[in-house]
Design a protein around this ligand. Structure first.
Ligand code: DAH
Length: 342
């Protein structure tokens, strides 16, 4: 009787397992519970062994094992089949088409300061200037004294900087590079030097770290007219053909005569707007004819050679070119600001 039930259980269950479809694969678990669970059919039959006549027990026991094994094997085979199918389905769905064109990549942009430096270098190199660099940690001598700004000279007040000791400081102007170059270059020569400069200044148009571009031309017959035409060309290339420039007399210890240079506002073209505070013009740089004293201090014969020099504020130039209202934006690293520079 029990033997027959066992054979029936085996055949029915194998049949049932065979019929389970992938879509209803949960049924396998139900079959497993129904047969092998705590209250499962085979579990109950195994428990019934104690009522079997002792001489029949080995036979019944062997059949129970056989039924258990074949149902278990059939279940595992079916489960494996479904697992393989599931994996294939997953792989199929997650397939990446590496030949598909991308949806557009993130495009970076140059920082406005780097952009201005690049543009200036480009323009100046085409006019025959070569690009030099100087140290940001500078000596008092090159930053001030060689620029005809002796100790205790009142013009040092405007360039209060960060001192490392009495003689070493963070350069307050790229003009320091003028003296360094005059000591090593043989005239005639034309150099520009872009770079970082430092001062004890901080407001909406001043930052303790800022950038300048220095220019120096040393030759036998340079004049204010050369300076003017060179600057005119530079400004037009930088701000546009309709740019006009204005010279105003000024004072710098290292140039004589000295001038400050304004450009017509590139936003309103001289009519007056917010950027130029209604004046139509923007102050942009200092320049002049190199003071003979400066030439002599650096070993250049001032009877034979003359020079002109100029110094741009690059932060200001970048702000004008990009209509940036506060210098702090240039140093905040705010991605929302930088994104607008594309
Ligand atoms: N170094 C000056 C400053 O930082 C700017 C300057 C003025 C540079 C006149 C020059 C120059 O080369 O000739 O204020």
């Amino acid at each position: 009787m029990l033997l027959e039930e066992l054979v029936n259980l085996k055949n029915e269950t194998l049949n049932e397992i065979e019929k389970v479809e992938y879509e209803s694969k949960k049924d396998l678990q139900e079959i497993r519970v129904k047969v092998f669970g705590k209250n499962g059919i085979l579990t109950a039959m195994s428990k019934g062994m104690k009522d079997v006549e002792p001489q029949d027990r080995p036979k019944v026991g062997a059949l129970i094992n056989e039924v258990r094994n074949s149902i278990e094997q059939s279940l595992v085979e079916k489960e494996n089949e479904f697992k393989a199918k599931e994996l294939n389905e997953k792989l199929e769905n997650e397939k990446i088409d590496i030949t598909e064109p991308s949806k557009g990549s993130l495009k970076g942009a140059f920082h406005p300061i780097s952009d201005v430096i690049d543009r200036m270098i480009d323009i100046c190199v085409k006019m025959g200037f070569s690009v030099v660099e100087g140290p940001e940690i500078e000596s008092d001598y090159y930053n001030f004294e060689a620029m005809n700004i002796p100790k205790n000279h009142p013009s040092r007040d405007m360039q209060d900087t960060f001192f490392i000791n009495d003689n070493i400081l963070l350069r307050s102007q790229t003009s320091a590079v003028q003296a360094r170059e005059m000591e090593i270059q043989k005239p005639p020569f034309k150099i520009i030097c872009p770079g970082k400069t430092y001062r004890n200044d901080s407001d909406s148009t001043h930052s303790p770290i800022f950038h300048q571009l220095e220019g120096l031309v040393i030759d036998e017959n340079v004049s204010m007219a050369d300076l003017k035409s060179m600057l005119m060309t530079l400004m037009k290339r930088l701000f546009g053909e309709d740019t006009t420039i204005r010279f105003r007399p000024s004072f710098f210890p290292f140039t004589e005569p000295s001038i400050e240079v304004d450009v017509s506002c590139p936003t309103c073209h001289g009519k007056g707007c917010n950027l130029c505070k209604g004046t139509g013009m923007l102050e942009l740089l200092g320049a002049g004819i190199v003071n003979p004293k400066v030439l002599e201090m650096s070993g250049i014969d001032s009877k034979k050679y003359r020079g002109f020099a100029f110094g741009f504020g690059l932060d200001r130039t970048a702000m004008i070119l990009n209509s940036i209202g506060n210098i702090k934006y240039l140093y905040k690293n705010d991605i929302r600001f930088l994104e607008q520079m594309k």
